[in-house]
Design a protein around this ligand. Structure first.
Ligand code: GLU
Length: 459
């Protein structure tokens, strides 16, 4: 009998900028996978690009993940693991999987041009593999430092000739996948000077972290073909792979250039709820409806990689905003109580129940707090009518039936109905054309304020 180990997944952003909607989708799909199936979620910081990686971005990534509620079980950064990469690289050099190269970018460029002129694919010709020890020594004595390529296993047995070599896997999103590593250049894994490239460090970490599932965007499909061979060269079994489709804009345009402006901190500053961002970025491109979910537990309960579509997922900010409003409309008071206090929206649960159905963002509650608990300048449309209505205001205590009683009495007295009845009352009581139902607002406004506003006074 085989026992399946608990899943171990990783979210591996490069700390070279803020998290954007595309990264959030990757983080969430991994996180929800573990939520649903159990296991461990590792936050790995891919900071091998020392020029562009910054600790402030790493910190911002942690802040953003915490804001979304995506906690990690373990975290580490690649820059702390150089000694381990040195060890594994030495192993691959000794086994002949890594070989030293000396060509400059210019030389490679000229080679590619020659190949293309002859109608050949511009892949690396492995010239460096044929260098004798003397030739290598000569290169190095001329001051050329070697960089190291990984020799893809893409030749037929007993031959040096590169041949079509399909690397296959069953992708948990895309189904049967094939990458022909016979059409690829041997990838550089170690730069001259000894620093490592992501393609390599990622595999070493995935092996050492015992990653069971790699869940990432389909821009990594070709990488997977190469990385599977690196896993194999290290004597490791490649994890299960899932490549989900990338986000595109509303009209199908690539989102890559706009991603910078679709950052988590931008969403936070715009007043969006973390659960709206979570629901939206995990539900787009799935067979589930985009609707609000109050908790990550609920999102996790319906999560299934098999629901992810292979076609690009459309991202539209307006849809995210609409989802945010829908989420607020069903959010219980307890969830937002602290945040309401922080923006001075007192009034507790009755206030929240009265206004939540009218909010686009939580900050919109401030306007209604002013209407119910502070001063506004009423808008007076018909002073005589308002005076008549004021005279009919019932005595307190007020509750949700008060509005109905009062409106009936005003209707009976003035003969008005519909908009001519309600509109002037709403404008006087709230100074706004639209808003929450007056039956819920009126008891919160209270008789004293209502009376003053109907008389045109600031109250
Ligand atoms: N740092 C890589 C990226 O952000 C990680 C890709 C992967 O998940 O392997 O694209």
């Amino acid at each position: 009998m085989t026992t399946n180990a608990a899943p171990i997944v990783r979210f591996a952003p490069s700390p070279t900028g803020r998290l954007h909607i595309g990264n959030v989708r990757t983080a969430l799909l991994n996180w929800l996978f573990v939520k649903r199936n159990g296991g461990k979620f590792i936050l790995r910081l891919d900071d091998t690009d020392t020029e562009r990686s910054k600790e402030e971005y790493a910190e911002a990534i942690r802040t953003d993940l915490k804001w979304l509620g995506l906690h990690w079980h373990e975290t580490f950064r690649q820059s702390d693991r150089t000694a381990r990469y040195d060890e594994v690289a030495a192993q691959l050099k000794a086994s002949g999987h890594l070989y030293p190269c000396y060509e400059t970018e210019d030389e490679l460029d000229r080679k590619r041009k020659r190949q293309m002129a002859r109608g050949l694919p511009p892949t690396y010709d492995r010239a460096a593999l044929k260098l004798t020890p003397e030739e290598r020594a000569k290169n190095e004595s001329e001051g050329r430092m070697p960089y190291w390529r990984f020799k893809l296993a893409n030749t037929a047995k007993g031959s040096d000739a590169i041949a079509s070599t399909p690397v296959r896997w069953h992708d948990l999103v895309r189904g049967e996948q094939t990458v022909d590593v016979g059409s690829l250049s041997d990838p550089v894994l170690v730069r001259a000077g000894g620093s490592y490239l992501y393609t390599f460090t990622s595999v070493v970490d995935d092996v050492d972290s015992k990653i069971t599932h790699i869940i990432r965007g389909e821009d990594h499909v070709t990488n997977s073909g190469v990385q599977i061979q690196i896993f194999e060269a290290l004597g490791a079994k490649p994890p299960s792979l899932a490549h989900f489709s990338l986000l595109v804009g509303r009209d199908g345009e690539a989102l890559s250039k706009r991603l910078g402006s679709l950052s988590v901190d931008g969403f936070r500053d715009a007043g969006l709820e973390p659960m709206a961002v979570n629901a939206f970025s995990s539900l787009i491109g799935t067979s589930d409806a985009i609707q609000p979910y109050l908790t990550l537990d609920e999102l996790g309960a319906i999560f299934d990689l098999g629901k992810l579509s292979r076609s690009p997922s459309r991202f539209d900010t307006a849809e995210l905003e609409a989802l945010n409003a829908k989420l607020l409309h069903i959010t219980p008071y307890a969830t937002v109580a602290e945040r309401l206090k922080a923006i001075d929206c007192t009034g507790g649960e009755p206030f929240w129940q009265a206004v939540r159905g009218n909010l686009k963002t939580l900050a919109d509650a401030i306007q209604w707090h002013t209407v119910t608990a502070s001063e506004i300048t009423p808008k007076i449309e018909d002073a005589t009518f308002l005076a008549e209505a004021a005279a009919l205001l019932p005595s307190e205590p007020w509750n949700e039936t008060t509005w109905g009683q009062w409106a009936d009495a005003v209707k009976a007295k003035t003969g008005r109905k519909g908009k001519t009845l309600f509109h002037p009352l709403r404008l006087a009581l709230t100074a706004a054309e639209n808003g929450p139902e007056l039956k819920t607002l009126l008891p919160l406004i209270g008789r004293k304020r209502a009376l003053a506003r109907l008389e045109g006074k600031v109250a």
